[in-house]
Ligand binder design. Structure first.
Ligand code: ADP
Length: 336
């Protein structure tokens, strides 16, 4: 299902939640909408998913205008939209299987069909053995799997994921994203993924739009966005991602090589900005192989850390280390 948004506007009193959004969301792919809290993401999702009407503007599905349909038809349309949320929104009074059955009961599917579909969907989300499990006995990741199964029950054309992984740990997030990607392909779904996490966009989406203060400030393929971000909003999202990279240690050092590194050099304040390493290389016959480095602020002090190996003759290395220390840089020798 291809979605076209034309100049959508939604204002609450004086708050311009969505301010002139036009977007083409291609069919059969995962489209990310990223923005900070308050950017207007949830409002936009409510407009696209026909939960709310825009003040002005239009929503089109596959070439048909849908925002202005009569209420009855909107309800029919909404039956073919699946939604999952950050807090899962499952019924705690129902078992896992009964939660999945719920939308089919509302749509008055025959009982045996409901049962067969529940079994099928539990298999899709990898929880066949939990059909009778009370919701309270499931982990966050399992709850989201049940919510996904429920969202798919009535064979939707579009799946909306509103911060669907925000309450999950990084590993579970990856598993849920992998599941959504898999389902998207198998079921030819259009997935609209709302998030404030660039990791989610990077790992799951094909195209992305960046929303800021109710407006789309940037859009394109995820690769384009990562290769050449244009707006400050996007750059900040990407910077945040870099500081969350797996190879960044707790002290902020970015490790880019697994080569053996015998030394950790710590530079304080003014030393951070002086070319100590260049000086040492010029003075002594040694080679630096730098495998990681970073600068972090501790209070008002800038502290640089470098993880490296220093090679050369035994004497050259020991003279170089002495000279480094004399320049006020702390040297730690580490076991490799
Ligand atoms: P996001 O999902 O990106 O955090 P929202 O769409 O929830 O952003 O909110 C965008 C702006 O619209 C916010 O300033 C929010 O306070 C306001 N807003 C959203 N929904 C309502 C509402 N039902 N009534 C009043 N203000 C709202």
């Amino acid at each position: 299902m291809q979605i076209e948004l034309k100049n959508l506007i939604r204002t609450y009193d004086t708050v311009h939640a969505v301010e002139g959004v036009s977007l083409s969301i291609p069919s059969n792919e995962i489209f990310g909408i990223i923005g900070l809290s308050g950017a207007g993401k949830s409002t936009l999702v409510r407009l696209i998913s026909l939960l709310e009407k825009p003040d002005s503007g239009e929503v089109w599905y596959d070439g048909q205008r849908v925002d202005n349909l009569p209420e009855k038809e909107i309800i029919q349309r909404r039956r073919h939209l699946g939604m999952i949320f950050q807090n899962f929104n499952l019924f705690s009074s129902r078992t896992a299987g009964e939660n999945i059955a719920y939308p089919m009961e509302i749509c008055k599917y025959p009982k045996d069909q409901i049962q067969a579909r529940v079994v099928e969907l539990l298999e899709v989300v990898g929880l066949s053995d939990r059909i009778n499990a009370p919701i309270s006995t499931l982990s966050g990741g399992q709850k989201q799997r049940i919510a996904i199964a429920r969202a798919l029950a009535c064979r939707p054309d579009i799946l909306f994921c509103d911060e669907a992984t925000s309450a999950l740990d990084p590993k579970t997030t990856q598993q849920i994203l992998a599941l959504i990607k898999d389902i998207q392909k198998k079921m030819n779904l259009t997935v609209v993924m709302i998030t404030h996490q660039m990791e989610v966009v990077r790992d799951a989406c094909d195209h992305v739009a960046v929303l800021s203060e109710g407006k789309v400030v940037e859009q394109g393929t995820v690769k384009e966005l990562f290769a050449s971000p244009k707006t400050n909003v996007t750059k900040e999202f990407l910077a945040h991602l870099t500081s969350n990279m797996k190879s960044v240690r707790e002290d902020g050092v970015v490790i880019w090589s697994d080569d053996p590194a015998h030394y950790v050099l710590r530079f304080l304040n003014d030393k951070v900005d002086t070319p100590v390493i260049s000086d040492i290389i010029r003075e002594f016959d040694v080679v630096f192989n730098i495998s990681g480095a970073g600068i972090q602020k501790v209070g008002d002090t800038k502290m640089g850390t470098m993880v490296c190996d220093i090679t050369g003759s035994k004497k050259a290395v020991s003279d170089a280390l002495k000279a480094i220390r004399e320049r006020g840089v702390t040297v730690e020798e580490v076991e490799v």
